[in-house]
Ligand binder design. Structure first.
Ligand code: ATP
Ligand code: MG
Length: 379
């Protein structure tokens, strides 16, 4: 390019950079100043003496301007993202009146019934007596000053059916099922945790019957000695206060269910009488329960008539309910795929289920189970 065109073009880019900067498009300004600087650099290369020096000086100025624009554009992006975070927080109104406004998930009435919970007979019986009966027989329970709500803690290894059982409870008492998930809430409730907790309970009371399901409760209410988080240190007392409150309130039916894999990490104060006073171990399924799980999970699928459920149960010791459910889904997927590929619709047979059982890794090991036993003994 000849010197005149280079100069003209560089000038055009400078003008465009100024326009960008004025309109707040700092990134655009940065790009334009950089282009101008490059062109002028090329021009300086073609010149000599004083002109060369003055052009190089101009290049330096343009580079400095470009850097400044780059910095401003970065700032701008940071501010935008801060604004977005604030907007997220503001999405929750100051005085929310529904669970949705608070950002928690509600299922109207869960469709999992106690019938679909395999095994865990003692767990079901305990829950029936402690929770379901007083909720069903409210008036009589009142005469005995038995409050229908309360708190129970479900603990046990991953996939043992804690969430499943909690859903079934809400089904049995025809209550709304509200999931409070700490990881989802921490960002949304950030800085206002105590206030949100008390709003949550207030909304629950006016919407009863409600099951408030605190998943991973060890994350919401860790031993205060073990956490440095001041949010958490304040969240626990608030939760305790709320739970003490509804203890005295026989009118509303709010059941709080906490679930955890790590019961030993929960703040002790939460486990005292009047709070999560019922601590229930949700074990891995026994043989009969595994048999029922295979029946439940395979039912309604295209099955070979001579499926030996007893055998499947006996070779799946140590698997959790979640894993058995996974095995059944996996087997259906694979047989389906083979059927599509071969054009012949095959039945799911026992050998195929066995094959998948053999390929599936158990997540729960003996040392984990031992730790639960020790926790039960110590409590
Ligand atoms: N006792 C059971 N009866 C029937 N199905 C079960 C049972 N336990 C687990 N399942 C199946 O496994 C799936 C996963 O179980 P669930 O999510 O309840 O486990 P969890 O104990 O809550 O696990 P995590 O600790 O990982 O949260 C359920 O959706 C259900 O299909
Ligand atoms: Mg769960």
């Amino acid at each position: 390019m000849d010197p005149k065109s280079l100069l003209d073009e560089a000038y055009a880019h400078v003008q465009s950079a100024e326009a960008c900067s004025q309109s707040g498009d700092f990134h655009g300004a940065y790009v334009e100043y950089t282009k101008a600087a490059n062109l002028l650099m090329e021009l300086a290369g073609q010149s000599a003496g004083e002109i060369k020096v003055s052009r190089l000086e101009k290049v330096e100025q343009l580079v400095a301007l470009a850097e400044r624009m780059k910095y401003k554009s970065k700032e701008q992006r940071l501010q935008d993202s801060r604004k977005r975070v604030n907007a997220n927080e503001r999405n929750i109104p100051d005085s929310p009146s529904t669970f949705e406004e608070l950002g928690v998930t509600v299922s109207e009435k869960s469709d999992v019934s106690f019938n679909e919970v395999a095994g865990l007979d003692d767990v079901k019986e305990e829950i029936y007596n402690k929770v379901i009966l007083p909720m069903k027989e409210r008036n009589l329970a009142k005469e005995y000053r038995i409050s229908p709500g309360g708190g129970i803690l479900l603990f046990g290894p991953p996939g043992s059916g804690k969430t499943h059982v909690a859903r079934a409870i809400s089904h049995e008492v025809s209550a709304k099922f509200v999931i409070i998930n700490p990881s989802a809430l921490l960002s949304q409730w950030f800085g206002m945790f105590e206030k949100r907790i008390s709003q949550l309970f207030e909304i629950a009371r006016s919407n009863s019957p409600v099951v408030l399901f605190f998943d991973e409760i060890d994350a919401i209410a860790p031993r205060r000695s073990k956490t440095n988080s001041s949010v958490m240190k304040r969240a626990v007392p608030q939760l305790l206060a709320e739970m003490d409150g509804f203890r005295r309130d026989t009118g509303s039916m709010v059941l709080v269910i906490g679930a955890t894999n790590n019961p030993w990490d929960i703040d002790e104060a939460l486990l005292r009488p009047g709070r999560f006073d019922e601590k229930i171990y949700v074990r891995l399924p026994e043989e009969s329960a595994r048999r029922r799980m295979f029946e439940l999970s395979l039912s309604g699928r295209k099955l070979s008539p001579d499926m030996d459920y007893g055998r499947l149960a006996s070779i799946s010791d140590g698997f959790s309910g979640a894993e058995i459910d996974y095995i059944c889904r996996k087997v259906a997927e694979e047989v389906f795929r083979q059927s599509v590929e071969t054009g012949v619709a095959r039945d799911i047979d026992e050998a195929k289920v066995e094959e998948i059982i053999g390929r599936t890794r158990k997540t729960v090991n003996d040392s984990m189970l031992k730790r639960y036993d020790e926790f039960i003994k110590s409590g």
